[in-house]
Design a binder for this molecule. Structure first.
Ligand code: SF4
Length: 349
């Protein structure tokens, strides 16, 4: 019966307040309930002990409390852990914990599957099943943080929305999840430690800029040549480099946050001197940083990782031209947890 009830974790604080007001209950009940849910992470109304029995019963008859509780995890040889979260009793979304020296980065999913079909990405081979709710995005962070506290005695330090799905196509839930993660009485993780990645949905980049966010923006660029980029990413046909540049400059002008261009180096495809020069020209048009990513093999996808020599040459050309560039080494490749590999492999249920 509770299955048909609305999930109270879908409600904003104001909506909970509204609920108590319409039932002639004191409105401080809303902050009590909100704290149980988002500070104490209590998902059972009967354990909300500072509410009267009447109010607990009122909640029980009107709402369910849904959360992600079931997950499996697999450890990589390099210390990375991949999590498979079960939603709707069957679908799986993936998250990854990447421990480094003083950094515990979590990569989370915003959709089950993806509609964009970028050529180098395993998730792109899956269809879009559905958008994740804000609480489902939050729960990935919460559960991985709990795991990190138990295993490493350390809270997670950084969150990247770079798992399954295109975050900007689920933007209202993504923004809601960021404010939940940021909630000062809860996980209290600063927006500055959060990065939202996009394949380049230009209109929404501008809308986000208008909200003056404090979180970082990463753009999956992968080529600064329109024809090549369209071959790698269909989204470039409707959101081409000119429009992308306009939206990225708009974002920078409003927020003063330099976006990061993600660029996966594919041997013989986008790793030549000409490719580097086109990237430099693109970067000079609006302040940005570049993250080069080592390609990770995906079964059935014909691309190859750039050689060490081509990678180094690419970096040298960028650095000579004063472009801020970092090489992101592959992590978790052996368990299908690395960039572009998330495709719900290894699940047992
Ligand atoms: S790279 Fe991102 S946007 Fe492109 S198919 Fe993969 S998950 Fe979707």
């Amino acid at each position: 019966m509770t299955n048909n009830l609305k999930n109270i974790r879908d409600l904003t604080f104001e909506e909970i307040e509204e609920f108590f007001l319409t039932h002639n209950r004191p409105n401080f009940r809303a902050s009590q309930v909100y704290k149980w849910l988002w500070s104490n992470f209590v998902y059972d109304f009967s354990q909300m002990t500072n509410l009267s029995l009447n109010d607990r019963n009122l909640l029980i008859s009107n709402f369910a409390i849904k959360s992600i509780s079931k997950y499996e995890y697999i450890d990589s040889k390099d210390g990375t852990t991949k999590f498979l979260f079960k939603i709707d009793n069957e679908k799986v979304v993936e998250g990854v914990l990447i421990p480094q020296k003083d950094r515990y980065t979590v990569c989370i999913s915003s959709q089950a599957g993806c509609s964009l079909a970028c050529k180098f990405c395993a998730t792109g081979k899956l269809k879009l099943l559905r958008n994740l709710a804000a609480w489902e995005i939050f729960d990935q962070v919460y559960l991985i943080n709990k795991f990190s506290l138990e295993k490493y005695k350390s809270k997670i330090t950084n969150i990247v929305y770079m798992g399954m799905g295109e975050p900007l196509l689920n933007i209202s839930n993504v923004l809601k999840s960021i404010s939940l993660i940021n909630y000062s009485h809860g996980l209290n993780i600063s927006q500055k430690r959060i990065t939202v990645s996009t394949a380049g949905i230009t209109k929404i980049i501008k809308k986000i800029a208008d909200l003056k966010p404090k979180f970082n923006l990463a753009i999956s660029l992968h080529s600064a040549n329109n024809k090549k980029r369209s071959e790698l990413m269909e989204i470039n046909e409707t959101n081409n480099l000119r429009n992308l540049l306009a939206s990225v400059s708009y974002f920078y002008n409003i927020t003063k946050i330099k976006p990061t261009y993600e660029y996966v180096l594919l041997s013989g495809i986008n790793d030549s001197q000409d490719d580097a020069e086109e990237l430099i020209e693109f970067c000079k048009k609006s302040p940005a940083k570049v993250n080069l990513i080592e390609y990770n093999h995906v079964k059935g996808i014909p691309f190859k990782k750039s050689t060490k020599e081509s990678t180094q040459k690419f970096i040298d050309i960028l650095e000579k031209n004063k472009i801020l560039v970092k090489l992101r080494r592959s992590r978790g490749e052996d368990i299908g947890a690395a960039c572009g590999q998330l495709a719900t492999q290894n699940k047992k249920w």
